[in-house]
Design a protein around this ligand. Structure first.
Ligand SMILES: [Zn+2]
Length: 320
């Protein structure tokens, strides 16, 4: 069963919001767009794994997506954790297109179409480190020993993976997603002894959920973009132009003539992703390009956002 489902990562949503709101001439535009594209491809790759994971016997496996756990060395993150009464599987998901070559040290090198080589990091060391950090955490919380297995799963079926030195660890750990279920069955056969009761398995899942801490990123700082370089306004859902103008109780797009009653909700979500979830009425007015406080209050009330304080300094909590 899915204990923690796969959600669109906040960092991806923030990067996409920034990409939408930088002018085409901004010096960071290409870098932000490329980053947004990569994050989206990674997310889609993980989503495509869900199809395979759905075939796992429901109550025997606890599946957790994107877990980020604090420890004495900051945080460690795992794409995919599949827990059962016999074993734990750490599954690192990779979405890399083209050809990936693993050298004798487990270093992954991507060969681009133009022949250029790109170092993708040492995936084996990455999962080995996750393994030792998870193990330490489980010892700290007095969870009984249980075998831990690791896989590096490529979500793009077109990726060509080459293990040029026949490194045994690479052969054992690096797979395409189509092999995932077979590998999980192999692990279950290898570790047939039951180590955890149902209660202990549940305790492990509950602990990981309780410790999970999503990463908070100031996306403007990350890309060194100034607040005043962000394009304000409601974006037209039909043609992408901005700003839509609010009049006659609806949002109107001058270039294409489209109208909408709710287009401002997407703009408020962008405001939240770029500037944080607690904003002043003045910030909202500016971002939506509204002229009056009264109409801003009314639109916020209609959308049902929580308001803190009654006076001019009141703030809103933006939650999506
Ligand atoms: Zn339009």
């Amino acid at each position: 069963m899915i204990i923690k489902s796969l959600e669109p990562p906040i960092l991806m949503q923030q990067t996409e919001a920034l990409s939408r709101r930088l002018s085409p001439h901004h010096s960071k535009k290409a870098e932000v767009n490329e980053s947004a594209r990569r994050l989206r491809a990674g997310y889609n790759g993980e989503k495509s794994l869900d199809f395979h994971l759905r075939f796992l016997q429901d109550d025997a496996f606890h599946i957790l997506h994107n877990i980020r756990i604090p420890d004495e060395n900051d945080f460690f993150q795992m794409d995919n954790l599949i827990n059962s009464r016999q074993l734990i599987l750490i599954n690192e998901v990779k979405n890399i297109s083209g050809t990936v070559i693993y050298d004798e040290f487990g270093q992954a090198i991507r060969i681009r179409e133009n022949g250029k080589e790109e170092n993708m990091g040492n995936h084996l060391e990455q999962v080995n480190l996750q393994h030792s950090r998870l193990l330490r955490l489980m010892r700290n919380y007095n969870l009984p020993p249980i075998p831990i297995e690791k896989l590096i799963t490529y979500s793009n079926p077109n990726t060509i993976i080459k293990n040029i030195t026949n490194n045994k660890s690479v052969a054992n750990m690096v797979i395409h997603k189509e092999q995932l279920l077979t590998r999980i069955s192999d692990f279950a056969r290898k570790h047939h002894a039951v180590c955890y009761t149902d209660e202990q398995l549940q305790r492990l899942s509950d602990l990981l959920i309780a410790l999970h801490t999503p990463k908070q990123v100031n996306i403007l700082e990350k890309f060194h973009v100034m607040c005043e370089q962000i394009q304000y306004g409601v974006i037209c859902p039909d043609c992408g132009a901005l700003p839509m103008i609010y009049s006659g109780a609806k949002w109107n797009c001058a270039p294409c003539g489209a109208t909408s009653k709710v287009a401002y909700l997407d703009a408020l979500q962008d405001l939240c992703l770029l500037f944080g979830g607690e904003v002043s009425i003045r910030q909202i007015m500016q971002f939506l390009r509204l002229d009056g406080r009264y109409i801003t209050y009314r639109l916020m009330k209609k959308a049902g956002f929580e308001r803190l304080g009654d006076n001019k300094g009141s703030r809103y909590i933006l939650k999506f």
